[in-house]
Design a protein around this ligand. Structure first.
Ligand SMILES: Nc1ncnc2c1ncn2[C@@H]1O[C@H](COP(=O)(O)OP(=O)(O)OP(=O)(O)O)[C@@H](O)[C@H]1O
Ligand SMILES: [Mg+2]
Length: 227
């Protein structure tokens, strides 16, 4: 049986003198999605940084696809992250002077893939995600919704088992939010991956298989909190 994509237990994290997470646990398998909501400043982005091995927690274990992040050697961490995790941020965070296809191909090129193969993969993903028509447009002329679709293509390009999205609909209007939500929450089944979405919007979190709330350092099931 495949190991869980995410297997986190007893996680504690503080920044400076402020404790953000205490005894946090979560798990997710291939094909599953999780949403995390919580007040601004409660530590949602910090939690994602711990899941990605970008921040070392004070206590607890984070296993991603069976790898214990505490045992990941710094020299190997970047290459491991490139293969294992795709990131989607609030504004797409594309390189504006590059075209959509160049942006989507970047993780493959950084990982050493041959140029033509990387562009072919990126083009196919853009087509599959409904933005094939803007493949050759510079990123800075794209609409917010198009940017997020291109960002999702970039996140998927190395076919990582885990996608982490931090406020992916935070800069979109209602209609583009619905659109990007359907796309994102369809990914686990379509691409056999696991998705974690941090969001401020309950209507986004509702799409997830499980909704967790980060509140006063605790990561709780939304049904327990009554959200
Ligand atoms: N490097 C750092 N050093 C000290 N404090 C930090 C650092 N990074 C973040 N913080 C603080 O940690 C707290 C949690 O930050 P985090 O970005 O994880 O919150 P968040 O829940 O993602 O908030 P938002 O919803 O506004 O994005 C905030 O109070 C922030 O100011
Ligand atoms: Mg944040």
């Amino acid at each position: 049986m495949d190991p869980l994509t995410l297997d986190v237990s007893g996680l504690a994290c503080s920044l400076g003198r402020r404790s953000l997470l205490r005894d946090a646990s979560l798990s997710a398998a291939v094909g599953e999605s999780l949403a995390v909501t919580g007040p601004s400043g409660s530590g949602k982005s910090t939690l994602l940084a711990c899941l990605a091995g970008l921040r070392r927690p004070d206590a607890g274990t984070v296993r991603v696809c069976g790898t214990d992040l505490a045992a990941l050697r710094p020299a190997k961490a970047a290459a491991w992250r490139l293969r294992t995790i795709g990131f989607v941020y609030q504004f797409g965070e594309l390189l504006p002077e590059l075209t959509a296809v160049e942006n989507a191909a970047l993780p493959l090129l950084i990982g050493g893939s041959a140029r033509l193969k990387a562009y072919a993969t990126a083009e196919r993903l853009l087509d599959e995600l409904g933005v094939g028509g803007v493949a050759d447009s510079p990123a800075d002329v794209l609409s917010g919704g198009e940017r997020q679709r291109v960002a999702v293509a970039r996140a998927l390009s190395t076919r990582p088992p885990l996608i982490l999205a931090d406020e992916p609909t935070g800069a979109l209007d209602e209609s583009a939010t619905d659109d990007v939500c359907s796309l994102l929450f369809g990914l686990p089944e379509r691409y056999r991956c696991t998705l974690v979405v941090v969001t401020h919007h309950p209507q986004v979190a509702r799409h997830a298989d499980r909704h967790l709330v980060l509140r006063t350092e605790r990561l709780l099931d939304a049904s327990v909190v009554g959200v």
